[in-house]
Design a binder for this molecule. Structure first.
Ligand SMILES: [Zn+2]
Length: 208
């Protein structure tokens, strides 16, 4: 295994354990990726079917622009999730260095409440997404599909470089950034924003 891939695998395992601890990777769900190179596109993605709280640096698969495992894997027993196809599409379209896909409950509930897009506004925490505190950010929601081409097309149709997140209805959320740490920070801020927006929906604003 190359040093580059070992480092990527170690970073993926570390971040997956943190996110599993936050309750975002229940069962064996969710997957994380880092972009190894853009041309041709190569991603290191967490291996499928494993407990994301217990990954090692070797539990990683290298995939191409379609999300398929490339030949000569360091660990041929490991398989990528079908969802790696959407990671690759996001990395390509957004130029992301890392993509987080978790089944975070707050995002899925918010998309259920607002299937046309989740509006986040006037909150200091928006700065965590590179926005101003008085910005209005609409998080796109796309219908779930088992076909990564269909999901990828829906993502690309609603892509906005200033909104590094898309929710897949009744499924989970994809968040991206320049690296895994930024992608996790953004996911943490989004969880807070979704929870706040759900919890305060219907509040009457009291003007003193
Ligand atoms: Zn998923």
């Amino acid at each position: 295994m190359s040093i580059e891939l070992k480092q990527a695998g170690a970073a993926l395992a570390c971040e997956a354990a943190r996110m599993a601890g936050l309750g975002w990777m229940r069962g064996t769900s969710g997957n994380l990726s880092v972009t190894l190179r853009q041309d041709p596109l190569r991603l290191a993605v967490t291996a499928s079917g494993l407990d994301k709280g217990e990954l090692t640096a070797a539990d990683v698969v290298v995939v191409d622009a379609t999300g398929k495992a490339v030949p000569d894997q360091p660990n041929p027993a490991q398989r990528p999730s079908a969802e790696a196809g959407l990671h690759a599409r996001i990395a390509s379209v957004a130029g992301a260095g890392a993509v987080v896909h978790v089944h975070m409950l707050s995002a899925v509930v918010a998309a259920q409440r607002w299937p046309g897009g989740v509006v986040l506004r006037d909150l200091e925490m928006l700065k965590g997404l590179g926005r101003r505190d008085d910005d209005v950010m609409t998080v796109p929601v796309v219908p779930n599909s088992q076909d990564m081409g269909v999901l990828g097309d829906a993502f690309e149709a609603g892509f906005d470089a200033a909104t590094p997140v898309v929710i897949v209805a009744r499924h989970g959320v994809y968040v991206w950034g320049r690296d895994l740490v930024q992608a996790r920070h953004r996911t943490e801020c989004l969880d807070w924003l979704f929870q706040f927006t759900l919890a305060t929906n219907g509040f009457q604003e009291v003007v003193a």
